[in-house]
Design a protein. Sequence first.
Length: 439
Amino acid sequence: MSNDDPSDERPTSDAGDADSAERAANGGAAVESDDANAGHPGSGGERLLTGYSGRLLLTVSLGWTAIQTGRLVLSPMLPAIMDRLTISEFEAGLALTLLWGLYALGQYPSGRLSDRLSRKTLLAGGLTLLVVGFAALANAPGYPAFLVGAALVGTGAGLYPTPARALVSDLFVDRRGQAFGLHTASGDVGGAIAAGLAVVVLAVATWRAAFVPVVAVLALVLVLLHRWNREPYTPPAVDRAALSTVRADLAATAERFGDRRTAALLVAYSLYAFVWQGVTGFLPTFLQYAKGFGAALAGGGFAALFVVGAVVKPVAGSLGDRVSRPVVAAGALAVAAGALAGVLAAASTVLVGAGVVAFAAGLMAYPPVMQAHLMDAFPDGSMGGDLGATRSVYIGIGSLGTTYVGFVAGRAGYTTAFAGLLACLLVSATLVLGLARTR
């Protein structure tokens, strides 16, 4: 997603405070500050760039940038990977679905485990799996080994973002919004870096070399987290009471999803996630094979998704605060659908490029608005658990987007595959607009 995907957007103050209290009650170490009066309004203890809080914020944000870079660099390199491993579009899409599907499955349990263990334990575990996984991708001699690497990366990535955001919430109270703005923006930076990294690597080396800097940065983050984070490592243990609590939480969340309005929200977001995964997985390949772009130009189109996203997300979020959020979200999807239709129909490079930019604006304006609307729909007492479960569902369904595009593109071409994504956008926009009218 922005991008975990673009859905990795919105923290909750109540959830963060509750997580801290619960973790402290379960033996987790309290987060300390360099200043004795840190955390008090006006004390200067909540530093964004310096001090204990600043060091950890920058460290976990650097880790998120590296994770997004490593996952998203696969997309512009897919043609080279398919050629080297002699695999089809469907097999390439299946590998991406495996990666993102395991990432989705980790959302809810990683948050719960970080409450009962410690943020540091989950973050270090995730980073270790990511280092091993990206190293496996770089050295995969064939498709089976490539799948193993993708599975390790997906599992490690699934363990990272929720504890990272919980840690940021622990560290910041008065400046929490600023801290999360910096942290979530690091994902868009990773997407833009991925596009440039792919272009440079493919020009001077093989696709495998792209994972070398990713592994190096993730290893550095692991070392810094180990040295700077004052929390203890807490070994996992089977706890029947904890399992009972999780089962009860999941049952309550599933019951709330039975509400027609909440179910419609989930379907709409799942369709959006399906489109986002399909596009981020295959946009560079689509531009090369269906529109005749060179590798560098196709990489520029891929980078536009994240550069444009970094600009439109705060604007869309602000507009959603002032106007009806479903209306803004439906409008964003309508813009994305119209622009994608233009891209499919256009023949000139200039028109295709303009269409990609407009498509990026609509596509990336949707998550902050709908994330806020989802949070409005969840009860305060279960907001964190509901969000984690919701993310698992829509990211999990969305992960099938790459398998769909690969399957259809291999049999009917990329234009047909992307036309199917256009249909998903239109259905999602219709659902969201219906929500706006019945509010």
